[in-house]
Design a protein around this ligand. Structure first.
Ligand SMILES: Cc1ncc(COP(=O)(O)O)c(C=O)c1O
Length: 389
């Protein structure tokens, strides 16, 4: 009898499907998935429409991305981080950061190698590692401040470690790793000759005094780092799935080799629009961060009204809330209760953990605040009902 392959046998269905269905059924305000409920800025959409109508962008794009988008990615890295990227051999455009991370793992990690993952993690990392026939080694962040234990991190490095996936600003904890934390990770990667896959999709979603420091900018790190980012969060265009990977040509070559046989090339008109968007002046980036600073404030006051504790996010549009003061049960039970009885949907963090460490997330759920200010105001009214329970 035909069956699924063993490599996908453990994957199951994502919890997002269940929560989205439940949220719809109970008409809940959905703070589950990290998907803005507002639109991409109209000038950026206009560039997409113009590109689609121009008559030259509706066929396959070059495999590594259009020249204009690769140029814009390189200029952006130079403008914000003083990085000097080769626009021809140092960057590849992918179908979102999700494909970029997968292509990086397939292109830079051999079967049997170990890949260190900091958890709670973005849920595609571990399946990607498994599909590459490599071995995930998970190092947990510890609440309430979501910091890693230096000895636990050090112990994760072995003779088989090939890569480390680093996500900063971090989904779902909202941490932005400090220079001191990054230096420690860098030191271990240099000592053990490990490649870093740096997932920086929230690079512009950082709230002062936190500061985003790309690990590629640390001494001796550029040569061993591929940096992954995406237009999805920065331009509120998650549906376009335009991402990219950049780094030294010797590493990007491996990523591009995998990418050419995963998607070959990605949506052509969107690349023109993202090239325009990346070149927007600093005022766009400042306004984007300020918009989310307001949303963060609304989200935190909603959590306060419900008596939920939290670590104030330093970056991203997520917050992990501690519900242990108002509910006795697992994160999934609390999520179902909150969705059905209170009318607010969130995400239980089980899918962000290995089985071994899932207990660390017990008592927490994740809320996404990439939603309209009006909706976040309504969330406050609904969460207040938790206090009366
Ligand atoms: C940490 C992290 N990495 C990658 C992604 C995926 O980005 P994209 O939509 O560009 O594939 C997400 C999306 O939520 C994310 O949170």
């Amino acid at each position: 009898m035909s069956t699924s392959a063993r490599r996908v046998a453990t994957f199951g269905t994502t919890v997002f499907t269940e929560i989205n269905t439940l949220a719809q059924q109970y008409n809940a305000l959905n703070l589950g998935q990290g998907k803005p409920d507002f639109d991409t800025p109209p000038d950026i959409v206009m560039h997409l429409v113009q590109a689609a109508q121009a008559g030259q962008y509706n066929q396959y794009a070059p495999g590594s991305g259009t020249a204009s988008l690769r140029r814009a990615i390189v200029d952006h890295a130079g403008r914000f981080y003083d990085l000097d990227i080769d626009p021809v051999h140092g960057v590849v455009v992918t179908s979102g950061a999700t494909e970029g991370i997968f292509a990086a793992i397939l292109g830079l990690v051999d079967p049997g190698d170990e890949v260190i993952v900091i958890e709670p993690f973005y849920d595609s990392y571990v399946p990607d590692i498994i599909m590459a026939h490599a071995v995930p080694v998970c190092v947990p962040l510890h609440p309430p401040a979501w910091t890693f234990d230096v000895d636990e991190l050090r112990a994760a490095f072995t003779g088989k470690t090939r890569a480390l996936i680093l996500n900063t600003p971090q989904n779902p904890s909202g941490r932005v790793f400090t220079r001191q934390e990054l230096s420690l990770i860098a030191e271990l990667c240099i000592e053990h000759d490990v490649t870093v896959i740096a997932d920086e999709v929230y690079e512009h979603l950082v709230f002062a005094p936190a500061q985003h420091i790309p690990i590629a900018t640390l001494p001796d790190m550029f040569e061993r780092t591929v940096t992954v980012s995406s237009a999805g969060k920065l331009f509120s265009a998650t549906g376009w799935k335009i991402g990219w990977v950049y780094g030294p040509p010797a590493l990007v070559e491996g990523v591009a080799a995998a990418h050419q046989f995963i998607t070959f090339a990605v949506h052509h008109p969107s690349q023109e629009a993202v090239a325009y968007a990346l070149n927007l002046p600093g005022s766009y980036y400042d306004a984007f961060r300020d918009m989310y600073d307001t949303k963060r404030r609304l989200m935190l006051s909603a959590l306060n009204s419900g008596g939920l504790k939290y670590f104030t996010p330093e970056g991203t549009y997520f917050v992990m809330a501690d519900y242990s003061g108002v509910f006795d049960g697992t994160p999934l039970e609390f999520t179902r209760y909150l969705t059905r009885e209170i009318g607010v949907a969130c995400i239980p963090p089980e899918s962000f953990y290995s089985q071994e460490h899932a207990h660390i997330g017990h008592g927490y759920v994740r809320f996404a605040f990439c939603k309209s200010d009006e909706l976040l105001g309504q969330v406050q009214g609904r969460l207040a009902k938790l206090r009366g329970k």
